[in-house]
Design a protein around this ligand. Sequence first.
Ligand code: ZN
Length: 306
Amino acid sequence: MTKLSIHFIGTGSGAPSLTRGSPAIMIRREGVGLLFDCGEATQLAMRRQRLRFRKLEAIFISHMHGDHVLGLPGLIMTLNLNANPEGLAIYGPRGIGDYLECAFKATLFQPRFELKVVELEETPSPTPVHRGDDFNVYAVSSRHVVPSFAYALVEDDRPGEFNVEKALELGVPRGRLWGELQKGKSVEVDGRVVTPEQVLGPKRRGRRVVYSGDTRPCDTVLELGRGSDVFIHEATFTDDHLEEAQAGGHSTISEALDVIRKSGCKMGVITNIGQRTRPEDLEKLVLGGESIIVASDGLTLEVPLR
Ligand SMILES: [Zn+2]
């Protein structure tokens, strides 16, 4: 069974504080790490939370505001020092290439490992940008004051449940051939072909984790989050700061909750909490039991299989 966990490294917005660091979320899957945004001091928070640097496969940047990218050059330099990564891909809006190039040039730094930087074009419908072992990461344009993206990690569907009785009935002996069928391959038994369709139930949907980045409530992000296992949405402002949220391209807490509820996701998480939001503002929220929660630095969620 493939483990999938989400680690909230930093859950604040704007300047990092002692209680909430700048935005960064790691998704771990079979030991492989994917990082979403990389605010200042992300690498320190990763160390504190015992998240390994080694298996970092890709980093996805939602947009170029400093609180989401200032940790990137430092993290890359540390990877270069001691992690000996097999290569790292970084995805983000236009400008991310220039940003890294400037930082590297000014600090006389050259990565010793393969660094692939991909600048994404704006896209109103989800576009696959990264292929993992058995999952894709999609990007879609969101609605902030600068070019911005929301991301979804979507696992491939898994084969349906294996029907043991049916396999035995068809004369397939227990062992290697069962494994082949489970992988979706046809097998031969006594000159007859047995197909996976004969012994497998309907396909089981892969898991889906969605991260909004900074955004006003919008349809593209809502659709990306629809039916997800975990839908992480920003909630920078309390409801009495709606005008600021509108001007700054952010969501209020109620707006974020509204998008999450409309999406039909299994679990919603609000993050990117403004530094002016007080703990008591969050405590008094009626969130809906365990299905919607407020992220905090160090929070880890295991995402069960469907
Ligand atoms: Zn922003």
